[in-house]
Design a binder for this molecule. Structure first.
Ligand SMILES: NCc1[nH]cc(CCC(=O)O)c1CC(=O)O
Length: 306
């Protein structure tokens, strides 16, 4: 018998993901009880401000981490793509369940695909990665900033000011809103964010019982792909500030194939590299070093994130 306190942001997606994890853990451990501890983060209060100006994407995560570190909660569920490569001291991402759809999804006003959108159409996104990829595929489109939780982004899309918006398919799938998708963008062209569609369940390293349960629950193929993608991020350093994409897949015989993408902050120039191998960390490093050898470090400076 144990009571697990689960810290969660209050957004609909965060609560849905938290409750999904609780249900999965409860099925494994009927002897445990779970309690959600809702947290209002500064990041949620200032969603309309440019996040990079006040500390970037790590903002939501670091406030939740403080709740774990100070023992006000035992566990937290994050979208892995929002988790910076360095965790707070004493915490671990012990649980990684099976990946949800990693693709980006186009939600367009009139149901068009990306290639059907009229010349000069307005697309809403504040992700530098999505902007850079759009610039590659459809340089004529006009990009306008669009921030906020997925529910508020969808609401703004309905008001008609954008011809289309781009969201992670995973978030829509978890909310049961896939019917809003006009096109699932192919991950070979429109490379997903590092960790997109993956959940990371964090707890204190010292909580051996919980660490062990989360590790046993982890989906090994997902964890390997996440490790390759996050090694790319770590090796590129400081790089949540520029357009970066990374997507790993594991095939039947255990080979991991990782595609990495880095662009200039304005999306005007971009680089793409791919490598395969059986060692997730080695594959991540190989792709990062290939990008750096081609001059990626020139891009790894300016501001903003996913
Ligand atoms: N950047 C915010 C964010 N963080 C995680 C998701 C969706 C779920 C996921 O990728 O796991 C989203 C929304 C989006 O990008 O559309």
């Amino acid at each position: 018998m144990r009571r697990i306190r689960v810290a969660s942001r209050r957004s609909q997606l965060a609560m849905t993901q938290t409750n999904w994890v609780i249900d999965a853990l409860r099925a494994r451990r009927p002897d445990w009880t779970f309690e959600v501890v809702p947290i209002t983060t500064k990041g949620d209060e200032i969603l309309n401000v440019t996040l990079s100006k006040v500390g970037g994407k790590g903002l939501f995560v670091s406030e939740i981490e403080a709740v774990l570190t100070s023992n006000q909660a035992d566990l937290a569920v994050h979208s892995l793509k929002d988790v910076p490569y360095e965790l707070a001291d004493g915490l671990v991402l012990a649980g990684i369940p099976q990946r949800e759809d990693p693709r980006d999804a186009l939600v367009s006003r009139d149901g068009q695909t990306l290639s059907d959108l009229p010349k000069g159409a307005i697309v809403g996104t504040s992700s530098l990665r999505r902007m850079a990829l759009l610039k590659n595929l459809r340089p004529d489109l006009q990009v306008e900033p669009l921030r906020g939780n997925i529910d508020s982004r969808l609401r703004r899309a309905e008001q008609g000011e954008f011809a289309a918006i781009i969201l992670a398919a995973a978030g829509l799938a978890r909310m049961g809103w896939q019917n809003r998708v006009s096109e699932f963008l192919q991950p070979d062209d429109f490379i997903p964010a590092i960790g997109q569609g993956v959940l990371g369940v964090e707890c204190r390293e010292s909580d051996a019982e919980l660490v062990e349960e989360l590790k046993a629950w982890t989906d090994v193929p997902t964890a390997l792909c996440a490790q390759a993608e996050r090694t790319l991020l770590t090796t590129l350093q400081g790089s949540c500030q520029v357009p970066i994409a990374g997507y790993a897949q594991l095939d039947q015989d255990g080979t991991i194939t990782l595609t990495g993408f880095v662009a200039a902050p304005d999306g005007s120039k971009s680089l793409r590299e791919q490598a395969s191998g059986r060692d997730a960390v080695a594959v991540g490093k190989t792709v990062a070093e290939a990008l750096l050898a081609r001059g990626a470090d020139e891009y790894l400076r300016s501001a903003q994130g996913e």
